[in-house]
Structure formats: structure tokens, C-alpha cells
Design a protein around this ligand. Structure first.
Ligand code: FES
Length: 100
């Protein structure tokens, strides 16, 4: 879901009971990241002997605009040198709170 704090849109996700909050607009062309889907991604590096592998299942946020992929835990983009701001999320008495 998307929440607005002041003038800032924040995308909040519940992944099997773990909550993640990230800046809610894609830095490419401002698509609303709360409408993105969660999936895995293909990786290839020295650790995989340069073989492609499907990894990070359920932890990759795909931008609904043009498909940039972000690690939902860190906010880092896959394949690009940029990072979304992330926010700490606390759950108390069934209430989900953003720690700003
Ligand atoms: S708006 Fe997100 S990839 Fe273009």
C-alpha cells in the first residue's frame, strides 16, 4: 500500500509478515512503487561461476513503469547505482508504524 507522510509517498509492503517501507516513487519517471509486483530476479556473478540463477524470490520490487528492479530490503536497484530511501517499520499491538 501507499501512505503519505507530509508530502512524501511511501510504499509499504508486507512480505509474509515482515514489513518493508521504501520511498514510493521510482527515480526513473516517478511511477508509484506501491503498485509494483514482488518477485525474484536473475543474477549472474563470480559466486555463480557466471551461470545465471533465479534468486531473491519475493524480495525484488519491480517498478510498474518500466521494470526497474529494487531489493525490497535495502532499496538498492539491481543493475544501477542508485538506492531508494528505506524506512524502519515497527509493529506494536497490531499497529504498523513507520519510524521516521
Ligand atoms: S518509472 Fe520506474 S522504471 Fe521507469
Amino acid at each position: 500500500m501507499e501512505v503519505k507522510v507530509g508530502s512524501v509517498q511511501i510504499a509499504v509492503f508486507n512480505v509474509d509478515g515482515d514489513f518493508f517501507a521504501l520511498f514510493g516513487r521510482c527515480p526513473h519517471q516517478s511511477a508509484p512503487l506501491s503498485r509494483g509486483r514482488l518477485q525474484g530476479t536473475v543474477i549472474c556473478n563470480a559466486d555463480t561461476c557466471w551461470e545465471t540463477q533465479w534468486a531473491h524470490e519475493g524480495e525484488v520490487l519491480v517498478c510498474p513503469g518500466h521494470g526497474m528492479e529494487y531489493n525490497i530490503r535495502s532499496g538498492k536497484a539491481f543493475g544501477y547505482d542508485l538506492k531508494l530511501r528505506t524506512y524502519e517499520v515497527a509493529v506494536e499491538d497490531g499497529q504498523v508504524m513507520l519510524v521516521m
